[in-house]
Design a binder for this molecule. Sequence first.
Ligand code: XMP
Length: 507
Amino acid sequence: NVLILDFGSQYTQLIARRVRELNIFCEIFPYNNPPKDLSSYKAVILSGSPFSVRAEDAPHPDLSEIRGKKPLLAVCYGAQYLAHFSGGEVAPSNIREYGRANLSYIKENEVFLEGVSAGSQVWMSHSDTIKALPTGAVRLASTKDVENAAYKIEGETTYAIQFHPEVYHSTDGKQMLENFLVKIAEVPQTFTPNAFVEEIVAEMKEKIGNDKVVLGLSGGVDSTVAAVLLNKAIGENLYCIFVNNGLLRKNEFQSVLDQYKGMGLNVKGVDASKRFYDALAGLDDPEAKRKAIGNAFIEVFDDEAHQLTDVKFLGQGTIYPDVIESVSATGGPSATIKSHHNVGGLPDFMKLKIVEPLRMLFKDEVRRVGATLGIDPELLGRHPFPGPGLAIRILGDITPEKVAILQEVDAIFINGLKEHGLYDKVWQAGAILLPVNSVGVMGDERTYEKVVALRAVESTDGMTADWVHLPYDFLMKTSNEIINKVKGVNRVVYDISSKPPATIEWE
Ligand code: XMP
C-alpha cells in the first residue's frame, strides 16, 4: 500500500492511476489530513501543487515522520517542499518552466534511473526552482534550464523530481515510478482485479454478515459491478431495485432488466414512468426538472425499500474520484449521504448504513473488475448516461410523446454508431430534441416539425470534452434515416461545441 499526500495538484489522481497500473494499491490523502497510522504504508509520494513553497499559506506539513523513515518520492511542488523543509533553497526562476523539456544530464548507475534514456523527454510545470539542494542531497538529473531536475538524499530512500512522472508526455515517467516503487521501496505488485475481487468480497461478507442490503441499479457500469460484487458476497440478501423513470433509452428498461436477471441478481423492476411524467408536467426550467426527477426517485425508492423488512444497508456504486472529492471538500472522511435532501425529513433508506464496494477504484479499474466478474463487455463499454435521462435532452417541458420521438432518434443514432464501428471511439453520444419547429418539404407537402441535434464527444472524465469529427458519410446516412423514419422530425443538426465553454448535456 502506497500513500500519496495531495498538495492540490491537478495531476494527483493521475499519479494514483499510474501507481495502480503497476498493480500496486495506493490511496490519496489531503496533506493536512493524513492517515493517523502510517504503519501499513510501504512508501509515500508527495504530489505537486498550485502553490509556491515561499507563500505563507502554502502547504508546509511536518515530514519528520516520513522522511528517512519510509521510502519517499517527492514530485514537483513536493520536490521543492522537500528541499525547503530539509535546508535547501527554493527561489523564483528566471524563466517560467512549463511543458516539454529533455534530460541533458543523467547520473550513472542509479537504480532510480534504470531504463531512462539520455535526452528523455519530461514534462515541467513550475515557476519556482530549486537553487540549492538540501544537506546530504545528490543531483540525479538536469535539463537545459533546470539544474536540479532530480535528486536523492544520500543514505535514505528519499527521491525527488521536479518534473511530472505521471503525465503521458514524460516518456520514462512510468519507468521511474516503477524503479522507485518496485526496485527501491520493494512494494509487492499484488493489486490485480482478481485479488481485489477476493479481498472486497471477504470484506463485504464480514461487514454485512446476515443482514440485508438494498441497492438501486441504473443500468450503468458502476451500479452493476457493485451489485455483482455484493451478490457474490451475500447472494439473496442483496435486493436490487431498477426504476424505470420513463426517461431511459428505447427498450432499455426491459432489456437491461432481463440482463440483470440473467446475471443472477435478485432484482425488482419498478415502472414508475407515470410518477415521473406527473412530477415533470409543465416544468421547463432545467434545474426544476432535475429537482423534480431527483425527488421522484427518492420517493419511489423509499416506497420500494419500505416493502422490504429488516434492511440494514444501502449499497452504492460510488467510485474513488467521488471519494477523493468529498474527502478534500470536507477535510475529513465524509458522511456518505448528505443531509441536503432533508426537506420534510430524510427518507427511511437514507438512514441505512452504507456499503460501497467500489469506493477505492477508478473507472477503468471498475471496468476491469467487471470483466473479471464475467459481466457482458457490451454493458461494461456503455457510454455514460445521465441520471435524469432524456429529460435533460428534451429542451423545455417533457411529455411522453416527446420522449417517444427522442427515443427513436437516439436509437437510430446509437445503433448507427455501433454498426459503423464508431461507438467505442466515442466517449458519449446522444440526441437532443430542440424546442423549435422549422419548415421543410417532404414530397410536395410543406412540413413544420421538430429539429434534433446529435452530439458525440470525446473525453476521459466528462470534465472537459471535445466534439468528435464523425465522418460526413455517417452523418449523412444518419440524418436521412432519422428524417425518413421518425415522424415529427424534419431537420437534423450536429453539435460542434467543446466543453468548456459548452457542456456535454444541453441542460
Ligand atoms: P455536463 O453536461 O455537465 O456533463 O458536461 C458531464 C457528464 O455528466 C453527465 N451528467 C449527469 N450524470 N446525473 C448524472 O448521473 C446528472 O444529473 C448529470 N448531468 C450530467 C453527462 O451525461 C456527462 O457524462
